[in-house]
Structures are given as structure tokens and as C-alpha cells.
Design a protein around this ligand. Structure first.
Ligand code: NAD
Ligand code: DAU
Length: 334
């Protein structure tokens, strides 16, 4: 199978490319990625010599380029996006451009060439849960609350509309919070680990009692692989980690893994419109495709801490780039 993987130089996309070339060595993978602040060719270094792998630098809004690449592939697996909620609060425009318009450009090319399309989306489209609410599932109504989640919700709706209107062979997955190797250190877990390795404190937003459902990234990649091979066309699959934890629990766990005490915690001003709780009921994908998370949170966090300890050059290079400028801007805006 020939796959066009958009956003393959980012966190989940690069893990997916590694997973694919390991589990389906006969497949041919083209990554289309514009190498924004979040894209990094170092993430693809382990596959760069693989004859079944090709990298194309380009924007998903480049219609001509997208058409050429879509014509050559069997399936588009669409990861490319602006992915960070805090950035969407500061600068929503690029989220609309990439996540909504970029998805539209890909869909149009897929429609023209009648190609299979898998859209990688998020549980944030469903809004926020209260403590006693049942977890999100495929029947939960959309209620996005940040510019990021609103842009992802818009793209989900477009993808579904192309199925109903044009019969485009699509699937969608809505996944909870991922963590693992190559995670960009602006997100809670890699930010906490790298700050602690640098002897800095960990910023905890508000009271730290917000809840996320954590999934080790390789489990997410395995779920997407199953959906693109066995998923039912037109369907949505919710993917979660069965690992709901308060943010402060995660931070304290990382402190313990790195031999630090609670003096490294710094409570800071809360995120605007901060969603209180996310959780996923993944029984549909379990029932229909036999998927369930395999890596426990304990194992996953231990492996992730070890990866960051062993890959200091990777994260030090990332942190010394545009990332720093962004944080200066973010804190000025608080
Ligand atoms: P990321 O920010 O690490 O990577 C995004 C990648 O997309 C980068 O390589 C970037 O260069 C590329 N990109 C951005 N704009 C582009 C454009 N206009 N044209 C071409 N390439 C572009 O993101 P991630 O965390 O790996 O998330 C990947 C996808 O998974 C996103 O669609 C996100 O919404 C979704 N998702 C993420 C999580 C999570 O926990 N990280 C959970 C559920 C769903
Ligand atoms: O739920 C899936 C989503 O998970 C994905 O769609 C997004 O792309 C991904 O970024 C992630 O969104 P979150 O906003 O949940 O992830 P983040 O790591 O930014 O924050 C996790 C929680 O930790 C959230 O409640 C905010 C909090 N937080 C975050 C940072 C960066 C802190 O307390 N301190 C921090 O410094």
C-alpha cells in the first residue's frame, strides 16, 4: 500500500511512520510536512535511509503539490495540524488555515482521485466533562471550546460531509492525550520532564485538578493502523488510554521518577477556558477491531522519562529554537 502521511515529521505522525515501516515493511510511505516549529526531520532520522520512505517538504494548503501526491497514493493518513491549545488562544488564525482549510484542500484532492482518507482527530471536539459524567463516545455531541478544538471539530464535520455528499471513503478517529518519544516539549509531560532534567520548575495551570486520559503514542499508532485496514467506511472511532489522571498526579509521578521533590512545582495562572476533564469510552474499537491500550500509564511514563534522558540532544535542540520565543510571548500575554 502507498500511504501519504501528512504531518509525519511531528510527534504522533513520526511515531506512526516508524510503526508502519516496522509492521508493514512492504508499504511505501510519503510524508508531506511543512516543518513548522513542531515539525522536525530528526524525528524521521531512523527511517531516512529506508527505500520505502520519502519526505516531501510542503504545505497541505499547496493545491498543486497536494494533488500530485494524492494522485500517487492509495490512502491519505492526515495528521498535519496546529496542535497546541495554548498557541490557539494566542493566535487562532493559523489553526483555521491549516486545520480547516488544509483539510479541505486534501479532501478535494482525495475526491478528485477517489482516494481513501483517514482523519486523525481529538477528543477535545466533544468539549469538557464534569466529574460524574460518562466518558465521551462516538455518539457524544460536539461542543468544542478552544480555537484549537473548534478548528478540529470543523475539519471532522468536513470529512464526514465528504462521505455523505460525495461517497468519499473516509474514517475518523478521536483520540485522547498522547505521550511518548518525540513529544514536543511545550505539552505537559515532555515540558515537565525536560524542565526537571534542566533543574527548572514545572508550571501547573490553576489548581492542577484538571483530568486527562493518557495514551502511550504507540498504542494510538496501532489503533490507526487497524482502522485504515479494517475500519468501516464513514465511521468514527474513539480511542482512549483507560488512564484518567489529574494533572497534578502526573506531575508528582514525574517528580518521583526523576528523584525530585514538590518544591519543583510552580502553580501558575490557569489556561483561558480550560477544559476540566476528558475521558474516552473506547468500547466500539475494542468490540469491532479488537483494539485496547497495551502500555500501562506506569510503564509508559517510565519509558518516556528514559527516552528523554537518552535523547538530550534532541530536546535541547528543540528547546533552543522557536520554542523559547513562543514562551516569552505567551508569558507576556498572561
Ligand atoms: P504536532 O504539532 O507534533 O505535529 C504536527 C505536524 O504537522 C508537524 O510536523 C508540522 O510541521 C506539520 N504541519 C503543521 N501545519 C502544516 C501544514 N500547513 N502543512 C504541512 N504540515 C504541517 O502534532 P501531534 O501532537 O503529532 O498531533 C498530530 C495530529 O493528531 C493532529 O491532527 C492532532 O490534532 C491530533 N491529535 C493529537 C493528540 C495529542 O495528544 N498530541 C491527541 C489526539 C489527536
Ligand atoms: O486530548 C487530546 C489533546 O491533547 C490533543 O488534541 C492536543 O493536540 C494535545 O496538545 C493535548 O491537549 P491538552 O491541552 O490536553 O495538552 P497539554 O499537554 O497542553 O495539557 C495537558 C494538561 O496539562 C491540560 O489540562 C493543561 C495542563 N498544563 C499544560 C501545560 C503545557 C499545565 O498544567 N501546565 C503546562 O505547562
Amino acid at each position: 500500500m502507498k500511504l501519504l502521511v501528512t504531518g509525519g515529521a511531528g510527534f504522533i505522525g513520526s511515531n506512526f511512520v516508524h510503526y508502519l515501516l516496522k509492521t508493514h515493511p512492504e508499504d511505501e510511505v510519503t510524508v508531506l510536512d511543512d516543518l513548522t516549529y513542531a515539525g522536525n526531520l530528526e524525528n524521521l532520522k531512523v527511517v531516512e535511509e529506508n527505500a520505502h520512505f520519502r519526505f516531501v517538504k510542503g504545505n497541505i494548503n499547496d493545491i498543486e503539490l497536494v494533488e500530485t501526491l494524492v494522485a500517487e497514493c492509495d490512502i491519505i493518513v492526515h495528521f498535519a495540524a496546529e496542535s497546541h491549545v495554548d498557541r490557539s488562544i494566542i493566535d487562532p488564525g493559523v489553526f483555521v488555515l491549516t486545520n480547516v482549510h488544509g483539510t479541505y484542500v486534501l479532501l478535494e484532492a482525495a475526491r478528485k482521485h477517489n482516494k481513501r482518507f483517514h482523519h486523525v482527530s481529538t477528543d477535545e471536539v466533544f468539549g469538557a466533562l464534569g466529574t460524574a459524567d460518562a466518558p465521551f463516545d462516538e455518539s457524544t455531541a460536539y461542543d468544542p471550546r478552544s480555537p484549537y478544538s473548534a478548528s478540529k471539530a470543523a475539519s471532522d464535520h468536513l470529512v464526514r460531509a465528504y462521505f455523505h455528499t460525495y461517497g468519499l471513503p473516509i474514517t475518523i478517529s478521536n483520540c485522547s492525550n498522547n505521550y511518548g518519544p518525540y513529544h514536543f516539549p511545550e505539552k505537559l509531560i515532555p515540558l515537565a520532564i525536560t524542565n526537571l532534567l534542566e533543574g527548572k520548575s514545572v508550571p501547573v495551570y490553576g489548581d492542577g485538578l484538571q483530568v486527562r486520559d493518557w495514551l502511550y503514542v504507540e498504542d494510538h499508532c496501532r489503533a490507526i493502523d487497524l482502522i485504515i485496514h479494517q475500519g468501516k467506511l464513514g465511521e468514527t472511532y474513539c480511542i482512549g488510554g483507560n488512564a484518567e489522571k489529574e494533572n497534578i498526579w502526573i506531575v508528582k509521578k514525574l517528580l518521583a521518577l526523576l528523584g525530585k521533590d514538590e518544591s519543583s512545582i510552580e502553580y501558575v495562572k490557569d489556561r483561558a477556558g480550560h477544559d476540566r476533564r476528558y475521558a474516552i469510552n473506547y468500547s466500539k474499537i475494542e468490540r469491532e477491531l479488537g483494539w485496547r491500550p497495551e502500555v500501562t500509564l506506569e510503564e509508559g511514563l517510565t519509558k518516556t522519562v528514559a527516552w528523554f534522558q537518552e535523547n538530550e540532544t534532541w530536546w535541547k535542540n528543540v528547546k533552543s529554537g522557536d520554542y523559547q520565543k513562543y514562551y516569552v510571548k505567551q508569558y507576556e500575554n498572561r
